[in-house]
Design a protein around this ligand. Structure first.
Ligand code: HEM
Ligand code: SF4
Length: 755
């Protein structure tokens, strides 16, 4: 069907403001085509509509099982940052609080088939992504989504992103109350709001029904609300604890409590006031400092609160702040099937049912009903499966479907008596994998498959780990089964590795002159308590040895665990030194002629050829002095982590700084071998040779990773050592060393792993 036809056919069914938005976007596309809008300007326009450029590996895509060639008639395609504006891209579809209906699933399945590679990908913030979409198809794709009340608006870009919330809201045992109606109201209120159009960076909101569980991951969000109730004059009163300034990425921050026990009536104006303060005072020029977490850290939460209070006082009244409240009480989700009791003990059950029941089914607060999780390996499902799943949902639960931050889909309100039949229906469409929420259910960002910033193949690794763990899942110790693994393709943390028990993020190392994909190992993050604390990096291991890392850690945990000791407590007891030693043995990379597999990434069709690397055959080559110095810098950074763990903030600060100076010295010595060993000279030489010349800059982060070195060098040792600032410096020291490695690789003429 042609564009005009879709537009005309759906006009009546689209919300008018969305329809108009899409027309405007289409107009801008036309101008771009005629060369009347610059690519840079058009990029911002399309990002605000959820249309991302994507990595295009010269026609290959890894789908978690194999690399497949794609035939795509789009002219001169490139991968990396220079992806052509009309090359295949990714469309992110916002799914507020994860709520999605069978009708919507059907439409997305059609779109996936007609415009993309027939795969729907569920993301770590409950969105759905379609990849390999041609820009020309995006307006119609948006229209068809708008006709079922879905928008891609502000799914990317510097605005309010999707709203994340517990998929169990309303049916959960531990929640204070169902946050869905509040979340929906806030989502609608913020969408396209004029006060949310002038941020320097994205703003991600989240809701949780309780403080103790993980679901909404409030502590890692820019803004978050946790439900609570209190009894006032004998009547139950609802309120929220409001948090602000959390985030992951290279400098992870835990959100800070802004308002405790904030009345629900004040939710929308409070967020609007926050948005105004962020819009006015947030960093604009330097993208790397532009998230609200930096503003909150700079001002301090008390000053930030004062500014928000002031803003609230002058905010012009808006009826929408409270007009939704009367209907909140009406918001209910009703089951489509009557509660029938679960099968009696001894009743015949389908094969594999018990295991699935144990890991994938949660008994609701409402007697007789349960939530069933459809576990999606790597968050993917095919368009055919999507349609089939929509039919299954219609049959058992109607519209009660949600996506989860673990990249799964849940069906709520399943009558317990229907569970065996539901299981069989899911088996028939290959969506009955057990192990949801266990170690098998590995989370991963898109990584090098489709993300331009990917360094290592997070999906390749996650797929490999999943396969290996699934094969032995029933033999695994219960304590190990309950752990979570999360993988990001780079330091940006889209796979949320900081909040996993065992997390990994991609980086690379030059070994004997050849680039070898690596993953940094991050241990002991806390998933519960709304992503209550972050793990710390303990060292980088070649990608191909990561399964051994998982084996080593889990085996040791089972052997050494004392009583009911948690993984986090065990990690803390073992200490970074010991953990570092454990993975130390796994850091070695055999020469390429002994084991070439180390020089390729998981599941990637392309071998890292010597020609690609630019540097000659290097098996057996003597390690360069730069590499030696960088290894030393890394061990100083490791010392810093150990000191941090021991609570010795002064030493952690000093070691982190020393590690960065050592990293800078390694670079300076490549050109000035006799540079005096004093920090002033080293930092100055580093600045003039590598920073001012922008040689240190990578395309995306620019010089960002050098700033902490300069700042710490200029400021000297702080008079008082703050926990968060020290922790941040320790992490920065590792990232600085990673960036030195990356520069070395770039300059060696190797094919940059950072493109
Ligand atoms: C298209 C490729 C992508 C790019 C270029 C990208 C870029 C980034 C960047 C730069 C950050 C760090 C943010 C900061 O500290 O300012 C980040 C964080 C994050 N991204 Fe992505 N991302 C991509 C895909 C995704 C996908 C598919 C998801 C899943 C919805 C995702 C979810 C997240 C999450 C959960 C974080 C960490 C939380 C936070 O601090 O925002 N990203 N991303
Ligand atoms: S973590 Fe890195 S590789 Fe993964 S999606 Fe985010 S930016 Fe891309």
């Amino acid at each position: 069907m042609s564009t005009t036809e879709w537009r005309e056919r759906l006009l009546e069914r689209m919300p008018p403001e969305l329809a108009e938005e899409i027309d405007i976007f289409e107009g801008q596309m036309e101008l771009r085509r005629k060369g009347k809008i610059e690519d840079r300007v058009f990029a911002e326009t399309r990002l605000r509509r959820g249309v991302y450029g994507q990595r295009y590996d010269n026609g290959h895509r890894h789908d978690g099982l194999a690399s497949r060639e794609l035939v795509y008639p789009a002219g001169d395609l490139t991968k990396g940052p220079e992806t052509l504006w009309d090359a295949p891209g990714m469309v992110r579809i916002k799914v507020p609080y994860g709520g999605i209906t069978p009708e919507q699933l059907d439409v997305i399945a059609e779109l996936a088939e007609e415009y993309s590679d027939s795969i729907l990908h569920i993301t770590t913030r409950q969105d759905v992504q379609l990849h390999y979409v041609h820009i020309d198809d995006t307006p119609d794709l948006m229209r068809r989504l708008a006709s079922v009340d879905i928008t891609t608006r502000e799914a990317c870009g510097n605005g309010v992103r999707n709203l994340t919330a517990c998929p169990l809201a309303g049916v959960c045992h531990t929640e204070a109350f169902d946050t869905t109606a509040y979340a929906a109201a806030l989502f609608r209120f913020l969408l396209g709001h004029p006060d949310c159009q002038d941020f320097g960076r994205k703003f991600k909101p989240a809701f949780s029904g309780c403080a103790g569980e993980a679901c909404g991951l409030v502590m890692m969000h820019d803004f978050g609300a946790i439900a609570r109730t209190s009894i006032v004059d004998g009547v139950e009163r609802r309120s929220f604890d409001l948090y602000v300034g959390g985030g992951l990425g290279t400098t992870p921050h835990q959100a800070k409590l802004l308002y405790e026990d904030h009345p629900v009536e004040e939710l929308l104006p409070a967020v609007q006031s926050i948005a105004r303060v962020f819009g006015r005072l947030g960093e604009k020029a330097n993208r790397n400092r532009a998230r609200i977490k930096f503003l909150v850290a700079k001002l301090g939460i008390d000053e930030f609160r004062r500014l928000v209070d002031e803003e609230r006082k002058v905010l012009p009244h808006d009826d929408r702040w409270t007009s939704y409240l009367p209907s909140v009480e009406d918001y209910t989700e009703s089951p489509v099937r009557e509660a029938v009791p679960a099968p009696a003990n001894g009743a015949p059950l389908p094969d594999g049912y018990r295991e699935w029941l144990r890991t994938n089914v949660y008994r609701q607060r409402q007697p007789g009903y349960a939530v069933a999780t459809v576990a999606l390996p790597l968050g993917d499902l095919s368009s055919t499966q999507t349609r089939q799943l929509a039919d299954v949902a219609r049959k058992y639960v109607g519209d009660a479907v949600r996506t989860t931050v673990e990249q799964n889909i849940v069906l709520r309100w399943v009558a317990e008596g229907d569970l065996p039949a539901l299981y069989e229906d899911l088996v028939a469409i290959d969506l009955a994998a057990p192990g949801a929420g266990t170690i098998v259910d590995v989370t991963s960002c898109p990584g090098t498959d489709t993300c331009k910033l990917g360094i290592a193949s997070s999906r390749g690794l996650a797929g490999e780990l999943r396969t290996r763990l699934a094969a032995k899942q029933f033999e695994l110790d219960e304590a190990v089964r309950g752990l979570r693994i999360k993988v990001s393709g780079c330091f940006n943390s889209c796979g949320q590795h900081h909040v996993a028990d065992i997390g990994f993020f991609g980086n690379s190392r030059k070994i004997n002159g050849v680039t070898v994909p690596h993953f940094q190992v991050v241990l002991g993050g806390r998933w519960r308590e709304n992503a209550g604390s972050y793990g710390l990096a303990i060292g980088s291991v070649p990608s191909k040895r990561i399964p051994e890392v998982v084996d080593a850690i889990t085996t040791r945990f089972v052997t050494e665990r004392e009583g009911e000791e948690s993984f986090q407590d065990w990690i803390a007891r073992l200490g970074k030194k010991e953990l570092g030693a454990m993975i130390g043995e796994l850091k070695t990379v055999p020469p390429v002629d002994e084991d070439p597999s180390f020089y390729t990434d998981w599941g990637d069709a392309r071998v890292f050829t010597m020609g690609d690397m630019g540097i000659g055959e290097c098996a057996g080559e003597v390690i360069s002095s730069t590499d030696l110095e960088l290894t030393m810098a890394e061990s100083i950074a490791f010392d810093a982590q150990v000191a941090l763990e021991d609570g010795d903030l002064a030493r952690a600060d000093e070691r982190a700084y020393a590690a960065m100076v050592a990293g800078a010295r390694a670079l300076v010595r490549t050109e000035h071998p006799n540079v005096p060993d004093d920090p002033d000279t080293i930092v100055r030489e580093f600045r003039t040779r590598f920073y001012d010349t922008e040689r240190f800059f990578d395309r995306f982060a620019k010089g960002r990773f050098a700033r902490p070195l300069f700042d710490r060098h200029e400021a000297g040792s702080p008079a008082e050592h703050q926990d968060e600032a020290t922790r941040s410096l320790v992490e920065e020291s590792q990232l600085f060393i990673d960036a030195v490695h990356a520069m070395e690789i770039r300059e060696a003429g190797a094919q940059s792993a950072l493109v």
